[in-house]
Design a protein around this ligand. Structure first.
Ligand code: MD5
Ligand code: FE
Length: 203
């Protein structure tokens, strides 16, 4: 089912389900090389969401700011390569949503445990904001907040479940968004975790 949430924002419910096992096997490899870590914001807060990345660069934050870094600061080595199954899912979902030719060079992997949240923000650390972002939800459900172009616009609440894919492009690319604190429950395959893969063209 293809659901248009707003101009440029397309929800593909269950779109990742057929790739669940290969996505999770690839994720294990990424996490073995570049473990999840809780990073610190420029303001000094430790994020409740744990993160890692794969691809040519990874999104990082520390007291010095937000940026894309070619090396994992934990290891000093390049991030693990983007697995083929990641790339294929992201490019095919983007094409279905009207963004043929999208070629991400990074995937930021977010891990939410019960209580973890992400407050309302815009994603604008990427070099060319004309490219969409593709997000893949796995594991525990979350209540996503999808707002407007102004921080004060009242966000719509969109429940995102295991296997859902959302393509955020066009005018929705710069919408304010966030994730409400995860409720405690257990997913049959991922336990007490929500994993979100966010594919971006950063460089
Ligand atoms: C998540 N992650 O569920 C979300 C999925 C992040 C983040 O927000 O920055 O890691 S990506 C959702 C997204 C990206 C770009 C634009 C919009 C939503 N949007 O316009 O709503 O962990
Ligand atoms: Fe975001």
């Amino acid at each position: 089912a293809r659901q248009e949430l707003a101009d440029g924002a397309v929800l593909l419910r269950g779109r990742a389900l057929a790739d669940e096992e290969s996505l999770l096997a690839s994720l294990d490899g990424i996490v073995a090389a570049a473990p999840f870590r809780h990073m610190v914001t420029p303001g000094g807060f430790t994020m409740s969401v744990a993160m890692t990345s794969c691809g040519a660069a990874g999104w990082v934050t520390d007291r010095g700011g937000y940026r894309y870094a070619p090396l994992d600061p934990l290891s000093g080595r390049p991030w693990p390569p983007m697995p083929a199954v990641f790339l294929k899912l992201a490019t095919s979902a983007a094409a279905e949503a009207g963004f043929a030719g999208f070629m991400p060079d990074t995937c930021l992997v977010n891990r939410y445990e019960p209580g973890a949240r992400m407050s309302l923000h815009q994603d604008k650390d990427e070099g060319d904001l004309g490219h969409p972002i593709v997000s893949v939800s796995l594991g525990l459900p979350a209540m996503f907040q999808f707002g407007g172009l102004a921080r004060n616009d009242k966000p719509q609440k969109v429940p995102l479940e295991h296997g859902d894919v959302v393509v955020w492009g066009g005018p929705s690319r710069l919408a304010f968004h966030g994730v409400l604190a995860l409720k405690d429950s257990a997913h049959p395959r991922l336990g007490r975790n929500r994993i979100n893969l966010t594919f971006r063209k950063a460089l």
